[in-house]
Design a binder for this molecule. Structure first.
Ligand code: CDP
Length: 220
């Protein structure tokens, strides 16, 4: 069977990574979490207490010895051999990452790495600009959404389970601000590709969303 390229884009909390990972598992494909790559740059900047100018962060991105390993349904993220899988999910990193993601040079570096990772097919890649910029020729493009209230609730549960004390209303405001930054930026904004299939997960279970994508994959 043909090794497809599946692009999944959408805002925070729409279920992209869970849906993408399960889809990859069912098809025995690789999964690439491009958000983790931008998060790794933001983490590095915070960890090094670097100056937060575009040039300084771009310099960090250029020298980042980044590795993503998708094994047994989870992505291990390492920078220079250090496991930062958990460290890139903190609220501090989430706040900084849209700024990092607006820097043209950083996007260029990531785009090249991402295209390289997808070149042999058999891949599910998720992010904000995969169907529009990174893999415009992807076989299947999905735009995954959900209401802001539902997305905030999901992220709140995720963070609470990890031990963070977070106010749901504040989290909703923060996610809305990140959506706005991601959607209104000049470079590769968060937008559905014209040929993407929209899936709204507000009332949909993870399995139902995955089933829809698998049906598209089997038709291809
Ligand atoms: O997991 P969550 O949906 O919160 O975010 P993520 O996928 O980890 O992405 C974090 C941030 O990285 C996004 O808010 C974007 O600012 C940026 N990003 C991007 O610009 N382009 C991508 N392809 C992926 C992420």
């Amino acid at each position: 069977m043909k090794q497809l390229i599946i692009a999944i884009d959408g805002p925070a909390g729409a279920g992209k990574s869970t849906v993408a990972k399960l889809t990859a598992q069912k098809l025995n494909y690789n999964y690439i979490d491009t958000g983790a790559m931008y998060r790794a740059v933001a983490w590095r900047a915070l960890d090094e207490k670097a100056e937060l100018s575009d040039q300084a962060i771009a310099a960090l991105a250029r020298d980042l010895d980044l590795q993503l390993d998708y094994i047994n349904g989870t992505t291990k993220v390492t920078v220079a051999g250090q496991d930062i899988t958990e460290a890139i999910r903190t609220p501090e990193v989430s706040r900084l990452v849209p700024k990092v993601a607006q820097v043209g040079e950083i996007r260029k570096i990531m785009l090249e790495l991402q295209r390289n990772m997808a070149k042999s097919g058999g891949v599910v890649m998720d992010g904000r600009d995969i169907g529009t910029h990174v893999l415009p020729d992807a076989d299947i493009k999905i735009f995954l959404t959900a209401s802001i209230a539902e997305r905030a609730k999901r992220r709140w549960l995720e963070l609470t389970e990890k031990g963070y004390t977070i106010n749901l209303a504040e989290l909703e405001t923060e996610i809305a601000a990140r959506d706005k930054e991601d959607s209104e930026r000049e470079l590769a904004p968060l937008i559905a590709a014209p040929d993407a299939v929209n899936i709204d997960t507000t009332q949909l279970s993870i399995d139902e969303a995955v089933t829809k994508i698998l049906a598209l994959a089997r038709r291809d």
